[in-house]
Design a protein around this ligand. Structure first.
Ligand SMILES: [Zn+2]
Length: 240
């Protein structure tokens, strides 16, 4: 495989557990690219293929209408890699079983609620995740590990989704492909991207945006406080 010429330690990725949440436009691109590099992963979504999807959800065609997306993806990519397809909607109850102690979670959903759930679980369990989103002709990729979490940066709790205002298939392809690159860099080389990447195809703009941790963040802020509290308690008991 050519990829081994680019990433010398490519085989390292074979031991990693990767979970893709969402099997829409972004999920199709991410799944397709990972699978063609013989990378195994789990993909989670309860949605079925609709004819409005075909323009940007590149793994589906008319024969797949009304079938569950994750099972279509598993079947179409089976010659390339092993895919664990979970036909459920991720929620607070099943997230522990689904994500467990994955090495990386890739968010390919188009809704804020799902991201809030992923962020809460991943921050608490110290699992890095990539927030990957595309709406209209704007796309965002943000790798979250020790930097500002989704809660720190997301002030727009009810952001518009691609279902509501549409999305260009070209931005979906770009964001999906770039997300895969960020995932490979992290899983193979341990490289992390601290900044948020934003692409605006309307103006042909690419931005790297600095983010800032909110010390009062209810997700990553409290954990920090709790750790501090625990360590001060330890000091206290050691002194006695
Ligand atoms: Zn936070």
């Amino acid at each position: 495989m050519t990829i081994k010429k680019i990433f010398k330690d490519f085989e390292k990725i074979k031991d990693k557990t990767i979970i893709i949440i969402g099997a829409g436009g972004l999920g199709c691109v991410v799944a397709d690219l990972l699978s063609r590099m013989n990378i195994d992963f789990t993909i989670v979504d309860d949605d079925i293929v609709d004819d409005n999807n075909l323009e940007r959800q590149i793994l589906f065609n008319e024969n797949d209408l009304l079938k569950k997306k994750v099972f279509v993806i598993k079947e179409k990519l089976r010659e390339f890699s092993n895919i664990d397809a979970i036909g459920k909607r991720l929620d607070e109850k099943n997230i522990k079983t689904i994500i467990n102690d994955a090495d990386l979670v890739i968010d390919c959903t188009d809704n804020v609620q799902a991201r809030i759930i992923i962020n809460g679980y991943c921050i608490k369990n110290n699992i890095p995740w990539i927030y990957s989103g595309a709406v209209s002709n704007i796309g965002t990729i943000y790798f979250i590990k020790d930097n500002a979490c989704y809660e720190c940066i997301n002030k727009d709790k009810d952001g518009e989704t691609s279902c509501e205002i549409g999305v260009m298939n070209s931005i979906v392809a770009i964001i999906g492909a770039w997300t895969v690159n960020i995932a490979l860099q992290y899983l193979i080389e341990g490289k992390t991207e601290e900044d948020m990447i934003r692409i605006n195809l309307k103006n042909n703009e690419l931005m790297k945006i600095k983010t800032k941790k909110d010390p009062k963040c209810k997700v990553c802020g409290e954990i920090k406080k709790e750790k501090k509290r625990k360590s001060s308690q330890n000091c206290f008991s050691m002194n006695h």
